[in-house]
Design a protein around this ligand. Structure first.
Ligand code: G6Q
Length: 546
């Protein structure tokens, strides 16, 4: 946590936690019929119901105080002012500028970044329109029907998740595919259904040096050149990168290279030209609505008092559970099949940002930081891992996400989906007492001995916390809002924990060692410089691969 000025707030949080330990939510709901009204807030069409949490008015006020004392407002303003708040990389953090769309200048080192953003957006519009209307064609004069995005991490998870989420806005005759893994299976299985004459590749890499992406890009180029000749490559490749020289060296023509800037972190880059495959798949107008939705949430985050500020509320509740109650994981459960990749997207968003254990000053943190984020869409999860959420020994705070309106008219599907979603949070909150179980079993005619044996298994402890995010419809603007909501939530938590949410040094060691190991894997050497486990694995690998 930031420093001593938080001490009083932290002590008060402890007191609130002790007090609330003896007052389960069931009781809190019974005492306050207005609980939903007291603990819900909205941003446009997104309602956050956070009443099913282990809070009361006093605890919530203390949590908001924690955010205030940690300096969330000042750091938020410093981010928007272009200050280099990513201190370990000496960079500004201005993904909000990418979707701002307003007239005011946004400055980095005294330079307005908005003209550059507008220029790239204009190029994305022209290019995506021309791919969609067929005026940009492949080498043999055929219209493109398949776009393969080659990127990984932030250059993949965002656009892949968004394309899936906005499926109703895509065209059946223009498909976007995403290849990220260096596992050749991914590229192989994607290409086997594609016609090179009608396939375009977008190589998406901020650095244009990422090994997985460059390996996949080279394989794609080879596949294309084998089918259509080397001279076709130019017509079938585009690139998105901050490294324009490397794009040129790869052989991608300048008018097919879309730039972005070092103040856009990889996991915040879906709003930049990294969103190009999305713009092609759903059309530029929808991509623009997606940006606009995010800007709505940015405005909410920047101007709404902390008490009614959705990202702040979700952030402090997360800190409450992580630090005061000791809950290590957090589940994201969209009742929206098209958000099936949203939990994976948020895993990067949250765990790469806040999976840190040193403070901004480089000291060991004194509290737990980012939780483990996981999840799957409902109702599928109900038939799988929800057992543990309801009756396991770990308490797992959950976020439920649900649209009021489905995209397709297929009654009674959506009503059933909504009923299941609301039922889960109610069940988690209420639980089922032993008395209730016994009464139910008696009612069903079971004899006393059987009731005695079975009842303990059928008790639900309840008092298990959740948020519900209810939105009108999963349209591009709403999706933009939802993503920005979580981005800001993670930001606020990073400020409270006093860590740098914008670097990711933890991914480096594995990359270094993979580079060092490759010669051992490719040659038959035993890798004597490695530990005995690695040597043993290498030896068996060489023996087994034959
Ligand atoms: C995200 C990370 C990381 C990055 C990938 C791909 O914040 O920086 O996930 O996006 O490693 O990097 P490139 O875009 O440079 O290939």
């Amino acid at each position: 946590m930031a420093d001593a000025k938080n001490k009083t707030t932290l002590d008060s949080l402890k007191k609130h936690r002790k007090r609330l330990t003896d007052r389960p939510m069931r009781q809190l709901f019974a005492e306050n019929p207005d609980r939903f009204r007291s603990f819900s807030a909205n941003c446009g069409d997104i309602i956050l119901d956070y009443s099913k949490n282990r809070i009361d008015t006093e605890a919530m006020a203390a949590l908001i105080d924690l955010a205030r004392h940690a300096g969330v407002e000042a750091r938020r303003d410093a981010m928007w002012a272009g200050e280099p708040i990513n201190v370990t990389e000496g960079r500004s953090v201005l993904h909000m500028a990418l979707r701002y769309g307003g007239e005011e200048p946004v400055l980095v080192d005294g330079q307005d970044v908005m003209p550059g953003i507008r220029e790239v957006l204009e190029r994305i519009k022209t290019f995506s329109d021309q791919v969609r209307d067929g005026s940009i064609k492949g080498h043999t004069g055929e219209q493109f029907t398949d776009i393969v995005n080659i990127g990984i991490g932030g250059s993949d998870l965002g656009p892949a998740m968004v394309t899936l989420a906005l499926e109703p806005y895509t065209r059946a005759d223009l498909r976007a595919h995403y290849v990220s893994n260096v596992d050749g299976a991914s590229m192989h299985d994607t290409l086997k259904r594609l016609d090179p004459k009608r396939t375009m590749f977008i190589v998406a890499s901020k650095t244009f040096t990422t090994d997985e992406t460059m390996t996949n890009a080279n394989s794609a180029r080879q596949w294309l050149a084998e089918a259509l000749g080397d001279e076709a490559v130019n017509d079938h490749f585009a690139a998105v990168s901050t490294n324009l020289e490397a794009c040129d060296a790869f052989g991608i023509r300048a008018d097919r290279v879309f730039g972005f800037w070092d103040w856009v972190g990889g996991r915040y880059s879906v709003w930049s030209a990294i969103g190009l495959p999305v713009a092609i798949a759903v059309g530029y107008e929808n991509f623009a609505m997606f940006l606009k939705g995010a800007a709505t949430m940015d405005n909410h985050f920047r101007t709404t008092p902390l008490e009614k500020n959705l990202p702040v509320i979700m952030a402090v509740l997360g800190v409450w559970y992580r630090n005061e109650w000791g809950f290590a994981t957090h589940a994201v459960l969209p009742y929206d099949q098209r958000l099936s990749r949203f939990p994976a997207y948020l895993q990067q968003q949250d765990m790469e940002s806040n999976g840190k254990s040193v403070t901004l000053e480089g000291k060991q943190v004194e509290t737990e930081t980012g939780p483990i984020i996981w999840g799957e869409p409902g109702t599928n999860g109900q038939h799988a891992f929800y057992q543990l959420i309801h009756q396991g020994t770990s308490v797992i705070p959950c976020d439920f996400l649900i649209a009021a309106q489905p995209q397709e008219s297929m009654p009674p599907h959506h009503d059933k989906l909504v009923a299941n979603c609301f039922a889960q949070s109610e069940a988690l909150m209420l639980g089922k007492t032993k008395d209730e179980v016994v009464a139910e079993l008696k009612e069903a005619g079971m004899d006393k001995a059987d009731i005695k044996a079975l009842a303990p298994h059928k008790v639900f402890p309840g008092n298990r916390p959740s948020n519900t995010l209810l939105y009108r419809k999963l349209d591009p603007a709403t999706l933009g809002q939802l993503i920005a909501l979580y981005e800001h939530k993670v930001f606020v938590q990073g400020v409270i924990w006093n860590i740098n949410s914008f670097d990711q040094w933890g991914v480096e060691l594995g990359k270094q060692l993979a580079k060092a190991l490759l010669p051992n894997v490719q040659g038959a050497t035993n890798g004597a410089e490695h530990d005995s486990s690695t040597q043993g694995l290498l030896a068996y690998y060489h023996q087994m691969k034959g």
